[in-house]
Design a protein around this ligand. Structure first.
Ligand SMILES: [Zn+2]
Length: 86
């Protein structure tokens, strides 16, 4: 079973090279909701680091752009209203 992944652009803290990394959407959403640290990874220097506030905001916006924000109950309520309409 494959997890839905989000492509994110990360900047290596060692060489400032931008690269594209993939993280599970569920992991990002959960970390943003619970305030848990998000670990980012750069391939060029095999570096792991904790996402900064700015990087978290970028992830949040990327999730919002996918319309997969954690408030899924809101989406369901909206869908019901939509279906009830003539
Ligand atoms: Zn690097």
């Amino acid at each position: 079973m494959s997890e839905p992944m989000l492509k994110i652009s990360v900047t290596c803290p060692d060489c400032a090279l931008q690269s594209v990394s993939e993280m599970p959407i569920a992991l990002i959403a959960n970390a943003l909701l619970t305030g848990k640290a998000i670990r980012l990874h750069s391939v060029c220097h095999d570096q792991y680091w904790t996402a900064t506030f700015t990087e978290r905001e970028q992830l949040r916006k990327s999730l919002a752009a996918l319309k997969l924000e954690p408030h899924s109950h809101r989406g369901q309520a909206h869908a019901k209203q939509f279906q009830a309409a003539p």
